[in-house]
Design a protein around this ligand. Structure first.
Ligand SMILES: [Zn+2]
Length: 498
């Protein structure tokens, strides 16, 4: 296991010195005065923050300002949501190096991959080159342990098309094009996730794994029924041979599913142009589902694959040591899309995990919820005025007193939303696993959309904890957060107490 090598050590020290000037001094509470909290006060952060600001310095800030007792260290991802500095084009927070990392950000495994765990997969070369030979788990783990902090490795199913092996195991769309996302039914992909989880749990004395897989099934992709801003209905995935085999085993006719999604694609594209079907948008949509029940079955198949991966990751972790903990990130779309919500049973998820990180990002939630309403209001529900559609959806989701469509992005969602969604998940899992709501601190949004203030952060953290959660996870990453917000979260955590 390597820690910081000579070349990266030099960069590390240089960046840490540079950052010291940019970092506002933390009020020194002192370690002894930091209240021990039985609840998990977690934070997500990536390697670059430790490299830029210095490991001990960052840990000081997290403990003193945020009352943080658990690190969710981004260990594997090619995505910028969990790794890297502030994403390009967004204002930098008041700490860290205030310069874009586009020149060196690539992603991958920020720990050291040990080859014996990747024998059964083509995905062998995933070492992140961003920080030379730095192994971020080896660097942070002993220092966090010495302070009595827990450390989980976060691993995320976000890849790049140019990673060696990805082309062989990627999803295949309706037109036979290969995507940069991995097919969940490919045996090499399965072997990669279990290999990675086993590697991390065996090679390091960590407390467990938090697994992120935000990918939606093909139905949602086809309808654009998430909060993402584009609708690519022809790129619903995956129709590869492994999917076909899995479909056959479940009695789903591949040709019928493929025909169904082709028809759905034509409907979505025509709807976006405002070409109203004779019987109206919703009726036409429902008719397509009636004619092609395989659309639903294919969507279900995606979920089956995703949940099999979760179960296998849990199996791999528990295979190393029974007391290691496994958590899953539950994506935002689960909280504002009733169709998606129906596919996520908390009782079922509780069987697969020791804890769930439930996304209740309320600030960016306004912008994202408005996107969702605009998306479904442009296709399936195009006949309904969008303001009415929002009100109707609020009833379905048990949201009250949220802003109207025009103000939703600037207002964000309320702390009450955080409390309601936290309570719903606690009731759903019936004590079978722990619930840690993910609190939004500075998640990037459009210029005029709501971004966390200290008051917002305090209110959201408090709402989650007072709703009965077992803790919180401050999200998405430290390199996006203003220090005053971190202090506000810490204030709420200390007030609610253990
Ligand atoms: Zn496939």
């Amino acid at each position: 296991m390597k820690t910081i090598g000579t070349s990266s050590r030099r960069i590390f020290l240089k960046r840490a010195t540079l950052a010291a000037a940019a970092t506002a001094a933390a009020p020194h509470v002192g370690f002894a005065a930091v209240q021990a909290n039985k609840k998990t006060i977690g934070i997500q952060l990536g390697a670059v923050s430790f490299v830029d600001e210095g490991t001990e310095k960052v840990l000081d800030i997290l403990q003193e300002r945020g009352a943080v007792n658990t690190i969710f260290l981004t260990t594997f991802t090619y995505g910028r949501g969990l790794a890297g500095r502030q994403i390009p084009g967004q204002p930098f927070p008041d700490h860290g190096v205030r310069e874009s990392d586009e020149k060196f950000f690539r992603g991958g495994n920020y720990a050291t991959p040990h080859p014996e765990f990747y024998k059964n997969t083509v995905l062998k070369s995933t070492r992140a080159p961003d920080h030379g030979d730095l192994d971020i788990v080896a660097e942070v783990l002993p220092k966090a342990k010495k302070r009595g902090m827990k450390l989980f490795c976060s691993i995320e199913d976000v890849f790049r098309g140019d990673v060696p092996g990805v082309k062989d195991v990627a999803e295949v769309d309706l037109q036979g094009r290969r995507a940069g996302t991995l097919c969940l039914f490919h045996p090499d992909v399965r072997a990669f996730w279990t290999g990675l989880a086993t590697d991390l749990c065996k090679s390091y004395d960590i407390d467990g794994i938090l697994f992120f897989n935000e990918r939606n099934g093909p139905l949602l992709n086809a309808l654009g029924a998430s909060h993402s801003q584009s609708i690519a209905s022809s790129r619903v995935t995956c129709f590869c041979e492994h999917h076909q085999k899995a479909a056959q085993a479940s009695g789903i006719r591949f040709e019928r599913a493929s025909e169904g999604y082709t028809r759905l694609d034509r409907f979505v594209q025509a709807s976006l142009k405002g070409q109203r079907p004779t019987d109206g948008y919703f009726v036409e949509f429902w008719r397509i589902l009636n004619d092609h029940p395989e659309i639903m079955m294919w969507d279900r198949l995606f979920d089956v694959g995703k949940h099999q991966v979760l179960a296998e990751v849990k199996g791999a972790v528990k295979g190393v040591r029974k007391d290691l903990q496994v958590g899953f990130h539950i994506e935002h779309v689960n909280s504002f899309n009733p169709i998606f919500r129906a596919t996520r049973s908390y009782a079922e998820l509780a069987e697969k995990a020791d804890f769930l990180k439930v996304v209740v990002y309320n600030n960016c939630g306004g912008e994202r919820y408005a996107n969702f309403i605009n998306n479904v209001g442009s296709t399936v529900f195009r006949d309904v005025p969008k303001e009415e559609l929002l009100r109707f959806n609020n009833h379905l989701l048990n949201y009250e007193k949220e802003a109207g469509l025009n103000e939703l992005a600037t207002a964000g969602l309320s702390p009450d939303y955080v409390a309601r969604e936290t309570k719903r998940s606690i009731e759903g899992v019936q004590g079978k696993c722990r619930i840690l709501p993910g609190i939004d601190i500075g998640i990037p949004v459009r210029r005029n959309s709501r971004k966390a203030s200290p008051e917002d952060t305090y209110a959201a953290t408090k709402a989650g904890l007072e709703a009965g959660a077992d803790g919180v996870i401050l999200s998405r990453k430290y390199s996006e957060m203003e220090l005053a917000n971190l202090s506000a979260a810490g204030k709420a955590a200390r007030e609610v107490g253990p």
